[in-house]
Ligand binder design. Structure first.
Ligand code: IVH
Length: 673
């Protein structure tokens, strides 16, 4: 220390230095000093603070990151339970909610509601005592959660100390609730890095946030760039504010992070304004820098909130109004069990047809045995069926008080419903499986997969035709398709001569294909389109892939032990062996991928917005055919952003990063070149 430096100045200097290096290391991924140099600064500051405790700032960086990793999370009891929210999926249910509140309060006039986005993250409680953050915990089961204080303290968005700005005093004890989330940009970067390292990407920002918070080593959490919005406190009556909106302002004034963006917040006195907000929010959803799954409607007046109180599960004064996941009630008439291509048994609810979001739904997946048991869905039950976008409809849950007498729990069959072979459950798997390779249901699904669009794309080979061919005993393996004659086909009921000819032509065409499609068409467990491409690129031909050993496969970044084992056992299986032999005898030509020799080799494209002349899938295929790569998010590594109609967030990101932007015309030109 220079003699002219007072201790106080040195502390200030070290603090700002360390904060700068924290930013460079944790946020910019661009450290300027070595870990040792950093540790030296850190230690010096810690020592000075120990020697002069009166000069130690309560929010010193030594208190943010620096503790040792925990071994496991301690349990934390929430003095006020952390409740969940009731969900509404339709405007009808929102009207019911409003009517219920008015009935409960015995009030006719309008109620003021505060509406705001529902952040898709992890619910967290922060406890401040004397203005200091003393504990942070997850929701857990609502009564008991996990202590994640050390991890939460690494987040820039969470103040270690509250700041008194307005006349409003900071309460002695404050239990603040909010949502910790991962901003989309951070999420995309994290997944990119994970993929590059061969680690599985997180499925969505919520999982990423949850996974990042549950790190035993808080230094990992610190690197994950989490953020937080606060939206509630336990027992708000004590704070001297009268409305939910004032509560948010109070939290904000103490420097807690609150979403006060005027577009994201509104006090609505009538339902039409709520519906209007919902529509606008849904439109803006794509542009927001964080993921939301709907909006939350809250009675604004805190006195009314307290009169309404809670049920065991959720407050009566609030409701989540979810996006596009549309649901309806119907009755389960039967539970069928389907056998998939790989033998997995999937229970499917067969229901009285019901209209959901404009489409009629009569079947919904129940996923697997554990799911059915967890939801306890029985034949005769009234269930809520949900549909999100174009995803397969799903049974969200049973309407308990509508269960008729005499129902029995559903049990999975002990033998395959298609071939009667005994079913097995492999360790570590959720699915029951039929292990019989000649099971007709599996063969049917395999044939269907073999001819599907992304596999060999055999036009005209639909489910009905496959059933007919199998019933007549004409086909029991994909290779049999190539032995079919015009007479055999024309003989089938409802098969016109022209369709028969077309199918034969399609089969003929399918023999010239890419290695990638061929690998995918084989239907190897765990090998989807992405991995088929990886394998085709790596092996360039079928023979070396057939002979590949576990170690060789595992050495490939994208391939883990499970996939490697599945590939090897597939190739060793005698049935699969003879299928491949037969297909090769038929004269398949398998084009290796262009890989790095294409014109667009090494170029990375991001697509956004709808193109006029080609679909998303076509655009991707053409880029890949020319050796280019597709990424889902714009980064410094992006070469081109192709923008269609309504570009949105990505166009802005591209502009900020200086990424070349192509409109449709320029893109088509580039492909032609
Ligand atoms: S208010 C008593 N506001 O949604 C519950 N919750 O599905 C008060 N959530 O557990 C919650 N955004 O984790 C509220 N703006 C918001 C929210 C929000 C997300 C989460 C919260 C809750 C879950 C219920």
């Amino acid at each position: 220390m220079k003699t002219s430096d007072t201790v106080q100045e040195r502390i200030a200097h070290l603090t700002s230095d360390i904060e700068r290096h924290n930013r460079l290391y944790y946020q910019d991924d661009a450290p300027e000093i070595s870990d040792d140099e950093y540790d030296q600064l850190f230690r010096e500051l810690k020592d000075l603070e120990a020697a002069y405790p009166e000069l130690a700032a309560p929010d010193s960086p030594t208190r943010r990151v620096g503790a040792d990793p925990v071994e496991k999370f301690a349990q934390v009891r929430h003095p006020t339970p952390m409740l969940s929210l009731d969900n509404a999926f339709t405007s009808e249910e929102v009207r019911d909610f409003d009517a219920r509140i008015k009935r409960f309060l015995g009030q006719d006039g309008p109620i003021a509601y505060l509406v705001e986005p529902k952040i898709d993250g992890v619910a967290i409680e922060l406890v401040y005592e004397g203005g200091r953050l003393v504990q942070a915990s997850t929701r857990g089961n609502g009564l008991v959660g996990e202590d994640v204080t050390t991890n939460i303290k690494t987040m820039q968005a969470v103040p270690l100390n509250l700041v008194k700005r307005r006349k409003l005093p900071i309460p002695d004890r404050l239990e603040v609730r909010g949502e910790v989330y991962m901003p989309l940009e951070a999420f995309e970067k994290l997944n990119e890095a994970r993929r590059a390292k061969g680690e599985p990407p997180f499925a969505n920002p919520r999982n990423a946030a949850a996974g990042s918070l549950r790190q035993l080593d808080h230094r990992i959490t610190a690197r994950r760039r989490l953020s937080m919005f606060c939206y509630a406190v336990a027992r708000p009556e004590a704070l001297g504010v009268e409305t939910q909106y004032e509560l948010l302002q109070a939290l904000n004034s103490w420097e807690l992070r609150v979403n006060l963006n005027p577009n994201d917040l509104e006090v609505c006195e009538d339902l039409d304004r709520i519906f209007d907000f919902y529509r606008r929010l849904e439109q803006r959803r794509e542009e927001l820098p964080f993921e939301i799954d709907g909006m939350v409607i809250k009675v604004n007046d805190l006195a009314l909130q307290s009169r309404l109180g809670d049920t065991a599960r959720s407050p009566r004064w609030a409701m989540a109004y979810k996006f596009s996941l549309v649901g309806a009630e119907t009755v389960v008439e039967a539970i069928d069990v389907q056998v998939g291509r790989t033998g997995a048994l999937t229970p499917v609810a067969i229901m009285t047809p019901v209209r959901i979001g404009g489409v009629m739904v009569s079947r919904a997946t129940l996923h697997n045995e554990d799911e059915v048991r967890r939801k306890d869905v029985r034949v005769g039950d009234t269930v809520v069926v949900q549909r999100a976008g174009d995803v397969i409809p799903e049974v969200a849950g049973v309407v308990g008080d509508k269960r008729p007498p005499g129902t029995v729990p559903f049990a999975m069959p002990e033998t395959c419903p298609s071939c009667d072979a005994p079913v097995v459950r492999l360790p570590g798997e959720a699915a029951l499986r039929c292990d019989n390779a000649s099971c007709p249901a599996q063969i049917r699904e395999h044939l269907y997969h073999f001819g599907s669009k992304n596999a060999l794309d055999i036009d005209g080979l639909g489910g009905k035709l496959i059933d007919q061919l199998m019933d007549k005993g004409l086909v029991s393996s994909p290779a049999d398709l190539y032995d079919l004659t015009l007479e055999q086909l024309a003989d089938l009921p409802r098969m016109a001569d022209k369709s028969a000819r077309n199918l034969l032509e399609a089969l003929e065409r399918s023999r010239r294909t890419t290695l990638e499609r061929f690998i995918y068409a084989l239907g190897i467990r765990h090998v989807g389109r992405g991995l088929a491409r990886v394998l085709a690129e790596r092996f360039q031909a079928l023979e070396p892939l057939r002979r590949a050993e576990i170690e060789e496969l595992e050495a490939i970044d994208e391939i883990g032990p499970k996939v490697a084992a599945s590939l090897v056992s597939f190739m060793l299986n005698s049935r699969n062996h003879s299928l491949i032999e037969r297909l090769l005898d038929i004269g398949f030509t398998l084009e290796p991928p262009m890989g790095n020799t294409g014109r667009l080799a090494g170029r990375t494209f991001v697509l956004t917005g709808a193109l006029e002349g080609l679909t998303r899938a076509e655009a991707k295929a053409r880029i890949q055919a020319a050796g280019g790569k597709i990424s889902s998010s714009v980064s410094r590594n992006t070469d081109y952003l192709v923008v269609g109609d309504k570009p949105g967030r990505k166009a802005r990101e591209a502009a900020e990063l200086g990424v070349a932007v192509l409109d449709e015309k320029a893109f088509v030109e580039l492909l032609k070149e």
